[in-house]
Design a protein around this ligand. Sequence first.
Ligand SMILES: Nc1ccn([C@@H]2O[C@H](COP(=O)(O)OP(=O)(O)OP(=O)(O)O)[C@@H](O)[C@H]2O)c(=O)n1
Ligand SMILES: O=C(CO)[C@H](O)[C@H](O)COP(=O)(O)O
Length: 442
Amino acid sequence: MEVLHPNVRNKCEGPGRPANPGVFLDGRAGKGDTCSGEPSIDFPVSVVLPAGGTGERTGLHTPKQFCSLLGRPLISYTIQAFERVSWIQHIVVVVAKESMGLMADIIQRFQHHKVLVVSGGSTRHRSICNGVLALDEEGTAPDRPRVVIIHDAVRPFVEEGFLREIAVAAKDHGAAGAIRPLVSTVIATTSEGFLDHSLERAKYRASEMPQGFTHHVIRQAYQRCTEADFEFGTECLHLALQYCGTNAKLIEGPPTLWKVTYKKDLAAAESVLKESLSESACMITGGRTAAAALAEAFQKAAGALHMGLDPIPDVTAENSRYLLKESNFIQVSINGHCLSEVEALIKALEEANPAALHPLVIIWMRVLTEDEASDSSTAAPTSALLDMASTAKLHQILLYGIQFLQSKDSERWQRSVTRAAEITRTLIRERSPALVGQLLQA
Ligand SMILES: Nc1ccn([C@@H]2O[C@H](COP(=O)(O)OP(=O)(O)OP(=O)(O)O)[C@@H](O)[C@H]2O)c(=O)n1
Ligand SMILES: O=C(CO)[C@H](O)[C@H](O)COP(=O)(O)O
């Protein structure tokens, strides 16, 4: 088994800066924080993420764990879901031998820490077993975990609260696993392809991930299981029962635990990510009265589209926290071109997010009076916007423009506000790299 030691990956661990805010399905944006109000886990917990499969069922050449969602490999989201949990010590990622280099690049590019990479086996059980054994190896994980959580690398949406439930139940009962209600009835077929019998759906559950085990139970299960288990087995909880006499505690998990299995699941996962990244934006008004009035109206229109909006005068002092916690920014410019404000915002975002984990969005909202709109000397700086957007895109910042007409007619003005909010919501939701630098009319 080949191992990338922690000291090899140390070069990837920046000077203590944790990865960028991740995606929290419960609506929180955060970094390295724990669920509010929950006590921390007071026993050592480590994680094994099997990622050594080929993803045959997707029909793609690239194994699904390395497929890109919003410019970042799927596995990086899963790693981050564990990395941001403060009570998790080590994350062993098990990949096929030929993917060791690719995995090391991902760790470096997305500044993952806590990660140890080991090479996998020909089946999922063999890969998981390699990961569990790596936790034993001296020098790789000095303080042995009391509990080992096993989670498929291709289930990116796992929350801290549920991991906590699994870890505590695993410590108390030796093993614990996530379950979900069955979607379809399970039936057995005869060798001729006829119905043999069907199971009563209400009595059965689908076994999902994460699963947790005491270190002792999972090690013993793999030491005692047979070659047939390694070759054909699909259930770690079964090994714990069969070889250690441990009846796992089963806990119903959220629907978001589903496993990316088919190509359509990759699109679904990207859609979940986009949805969670587009829940809010902050609107930078420059402290100007006209912009603040626009922000107030915009806040209402955005609210109707289920998007929260925080109007702020700038991103300095106290407000600089938005540079880290927000993924979407609307820079309002009232007079003239004012692309310099956008330039300054891009610079501040780049400095705050040297390795952005997902694309950040800036919308330049150029507000024009009716007179300015009809004056050819105030023509839109389209090529400057395009150039700025092309450069920003290299740093994972997607820049778009909306031209907003500040009409004296209140109905017209309100229509523009509504349209601007709808365009904003669409640009933020879609995060399309193809549309950067475009100046749309509201
Ligand atoms: N030899 C293997 C096979 C699978 N896995 C991992 O186990 C998880 C769940 O398995 P599955 O969804 O079946 O993945 P694949 O085996 O890659 O998919 P397929 O069966 O479609 O080929 C995935 O993260 C996969 O990378 C692994 O670590 N080692
Ligand atoms: O849901 C699970 C229960 O342990 C596993 O993720 C599942 O068994 C993986 O199996 P496969 O590799 O066939 O998708």
